[in-house]
Design a binder for this molecule. Sequence first.
Ligand SMILES: [Zn+2]
Length: 94
Amino acid sequence: MHCGDKHRHTKRRGKARFCTWCGEEIKIGEVYETWLYFDGGSRMSVYAHEECAEAWDEAAREEGGIVEVGHGDMERPKPKGTPLSDALIEAGCL
Ligand SMILES: [Zn+2]
């Protein structure tokens, strides 16, 4: 599904973007990747959190190239370097 060139951006401002992979909003300050997806005659832009794009790549490799994802179907992977507070919440400490 990665048909166009991938571009990596940091969200700074502008209208809200939602990650196609997990359906969550890409918030200001978060890194996301965007690429064009060609489907028959239509062309659309795909947006994904950095870690979602990686998960997508991983899934595509396992599937042999293409993974179709409905908006928000997938779970957002844990960002790299999980903040301490998140780790504590997961461990039931907060
Ligand atoms: Zn995402």
